[in-house]
Design a protein around this ligand. Structure first.
Ligand code: GDL
Length: 464
């Protein structure tokens, strides 16, 4: 399997793209946030910014409609800001929702868009076919042979055109199955990736998110195998810190679950992070360190260093927040598959207490209540942050955490008070309808997920 030149270690690090994808669902970043990003990137050595917010309608939903003069001006400003910081700007378009693959006028539409952004100073472009229906109109399918062939043919055509105009320009391509789980489920049709690997012109980069959309780990063996299938080193589109799929979470843990050697087997690493820009300091900082590090990668140590830097953004209008309080709080918003160690220890203590007879809790109950109350108070203190956008970005999730900590603290207090074990606990602050409510929450309670991922009907009647 591991045989071809595509599996030879990288030799030319200048071609290695390292940086940030603005590629999530939800509100795109503000210009001021992008400018801050570019400053950080330049300072930390990240070289690529990839523009493809899913909810820039002209990027995806109405991709044929040109940008208005105002919109074009905003893009021009963004591209110029990148250029000033020597960051490569990549403009991506996602025509897959309704493109007619075999209609040559569609290629013209794509060229027109690329011409528009090139006129604004952009050099590198991308063609994305993620999150689209994987079925083609039968007559189109008959003409093109397969979805993979249809997409490859469009990309090859554009690549030729692009390179004729600008020999150094890059074209990045996101396949319809962009992780192993999708490929294994034959999304895009059987053999999609094989066909793509064979038919896509060499020189076009292929984006890949790893074994999963949100990959806990990406190993060297995995990308070597993908390199063989795709016949080129994959370009990692990393969703490790993306949070657009769950409004209750955000991730400010370190870049983790990827060995440093990964860098030798991919053509770049680009992260598509939290939708809320202010929450991304540690994801960006630790990715930048990862790209340049030479020591063995210690994700927690890197996290703590980055947190030290980020803590300056947590200045308040009253007393400072203690470093350990900030660390405990942010450990609750760590990584998708992993709580930070301090949050994990707190949760474990809660689980163990609840498995015990409250009569035996003793000093453990008091310690748990003290920790819960302290964490709850740290949540409350975030309202004092001077950097308001940072507070606003976290606020809803902090409120939710605060409610839960408050409830737990009260519950453990009640049960430790030598009450009749049959006595029912209630809280005036956590009432039906207004606490843990919403139609969506009620729907969520209809099905439960087992540890291995199976969905089963929830046994108990859903309460509100
Ligand atoms: C996706 C989308 C991305 C989204 C992410 C996390 C890719 C290639 N596409 O599937 O836009 O932000 O998941 O929800 O990852």
């Amino acid at each position: 399997m591991v045989s071809s030149i595509h599996n030879m270690p990288r030799s030319n690090t200048q071609d290695f793209l390292a940086g940030v994808i603005e590629g999530f669902y939800g509100p795109p970043w503000a210009q001021s946030e992008r400018f801050q990003l570019f400053e950080w990137m330049a300072q930390w050595g990240l070289n690529t910014y990839f523009y493809c917010p899913k909810d820039d309608c002209k990027q995806r939903a109405i991709w044929r409609t040109p940008y208005s003069p105002d919109e074009a001006e905003t893009l021009r400003e963004t591209i110029a800001a990148c250029t000033r910081q020597q960051i490569q700007f990549v403009y991506a378009i996602s025509p897959g929702l309704d493109i007619r693959y075999s209609d040559p006028s569609e290629i013209e539409q794509l060229q027109n868009r690329f011409l528009q952004v090139m006129g604004l100073g952009c050099q590198h472009v991308a063609l994305l076919f993620d999150d689209i229906p994987d079925r083609m109109d039968p007559s189109e399918l008959a003409r093109c042979g397969s979805l993979a062939s249809a997409q490859a043919s469009i990309a090859n055509n554009l690549f030729r055109w692009l390179r004729n105009r600008t020999p150094g320009a890059r074209l990045l391509f996101c396949p319809t199955p962009y992780c192993s789980r999708m490929a294994n489920g034959h999304l895009g049709g059987k053999g999609y990736l094989d066909t793509l690997g064979k038919e896509l012109t060499q020189g076009i980069d292929v984006l890949w998110t790893g074994p999963e959309i949100i990959s806990r780990e990406i190993t060297v063996a995995h990308v070597q195998e993908m390199g063989s299938v795709l016949r080129r080193r994959p370009m990692i589109w990393d969703n490790l810190h993306a949070n657009d799929y769950d409004g209750r979470r955000f991730y400010c843990g370190p870049y983790a679950g990827r060995p440093l050697e990964l860098r030798d087997w991919v053509s770049g690493i680009l992260t598509n992070p939290n939708t809320e820009f202010p929450l991304n300091y540690i994801p960006f900082r630790t990715l930048a360190r990862f790209v340049q590090a030479s020591d063995p990668w210690d994700a927690r140590a890197e996290y703590l260093n980055a947190l030290q830097e980020w803590s300056k953004h947590f200045e308040t209008c009253t007393q400072p927040i203690a470093t350990e309080d900030l660390r405990r709080l942010l450990d609750c918003f760590y990584l998708p598959h992993e709580d930070g160690p301090e949050a994990a220890a707190f949760l474990l203590e809660g689980q163990q207490l609840f498995e015990m007879d409250p009569q035996l809790w003793g000093a453990r109950a008091l310690a748990f209540r003290t920790n819960a109350a302290r964490l709850r108070d740290t949540c409350a203190r975030m309202t004092e942050l001077r950097e308001r956008p940072l507070f606003y970005a976290m606020h809803r999730r902090l409120w939710e955490l605060r409610e839960e900590l408050d409830l737990l603290e009260k519950y453990v207090g009640f049960r430790s008070g030598h009450v009749d074990p049959a006595a029912l606990f209630g809280s005036d602050f956590h009432l039906p309808q207004t606490y843990r409510g919403s139609f969506t929450a009620r729907l969520q309670r209809l099905l439960s997920q087992t540890a291995d991922g199976a969905m089963i009907p929830t046994q108990t009647a859903p309460a509100d």
